[in-house]
Design a protein around this ligand. Structure first.
Ligand code: BTN
Length: 248
């Protein structure tokens, strides 16, 4: 069982590190914890149909190959929690205001500094492989005008980070949380994830079927669906994209 980041494949340029990981896996075994990092992704993938834009050599764009066979496929979201918390643990050395915008955007001061793209592959009842793609905006100083909600750590901390060192620290932090998952410490992950959630236990406005609706985030269920309590003690569960959190 390899540690996350024990093997790092460094690429100058690639379409997407997630795609590279897929190709590697299709050719044979890839050791757990292998990291594929690229200086430049020419077709970085974001959630859904989105692209992930990142200027060459300024940020972290990488994928981790995991084999979480110990996790029941229905409990995949626990892995999501562990990854988000690992990223927050890493960030906590620099800033204490990082939060998770459900399900897995990493925000500081309402700006998105990091995104995660997780691809699972299940064989029978076994969660055989998971590719965890992470984009973290580190040293970039300017973003395309369309990306009004994007920011880098540099813009927030006014401090440049060495990417190589940052990657090692980040991998260690994720390893810490992945070990909790391996050790079945789900309650701790759940508790910490809820604490890290933007809007947890706060009255907020959401967009549901085009209408604004008030609600309080009470947590997430085992499938990662958001639990929102609406006025009148009426708690509902929502899948990703079904409900939208309105940013202030
Ligand atoms: C999001 O839309 O929030 C998810 C972004 C994930 C981006 C990372 S960058 C490294 C990895 N390779 C990709 O093509 N995407 C992920």
């Amino acid at each position: 069982m390899g540690e996350i980041g024990y093997v790092i494949i460094e690429l100058e340029e690639v379409d997407s590190t997630n795609l590279y990981a897929e190709r590697l896996l299709s050719k044979g075994t890839v050791e757990e914890g292998t990291v594929i990092q690229a200086k430049h992704q020419i077709a970085g993938k974001g959630q859904g149909e989105n692209r992930w834009e990142s200027l060459p050599g300024q940020n972290l764009t990488f994928s981790i190959v995991l084999h979480p066979r110990f996790l029941e496929p229905g409990c995949q979201f626990h892995l999501n929690k562990a990854i988000c918390l690992g990223i927050l643990d890493f960030l906590s050395a620099y800033v204490d205001r990082a939060v998770v915008k459900w399900p897995n955007d990493i925000l500081i001061d309402s700006k998105k500094v990091g995104g995660i793209l997780i691809q699972h592959s299940v064989e029978g009842e076994i969660l055989e492989t998971t590719i965890v793609g992470i984009g973290l905006n580190v040293n970039q100083t300017k973003f395309d005008h369309n990306l009004t909600r994007a920011a880098s750590l540099f813009q927030i901390l006014h401090q440049e980070l060495k990417l190589k060192e940052a990657l090692v620290l980040l991998c260690n932090a994720i390893e810490g949380r992945y070990s909790l998952l391996r050790g079945n410490e789900i309650e701790k992950l759940e508790f910490d994830f809820c604490e890290a959630l933007l809007g947890f236990q706060e009255k907020r406005i959401f967009l549901l079927n085009g209408e604004e609706i008030q609600g309080i985030i009470r947590g997430v269920d085992e499938f990662g669906r958001l639990l929102v309590e609406h006025p009148g003690n009426n708690t509902k569960t929502y899948a990703h994209k079904e409900i939208q959190y309105l940013m202030k």
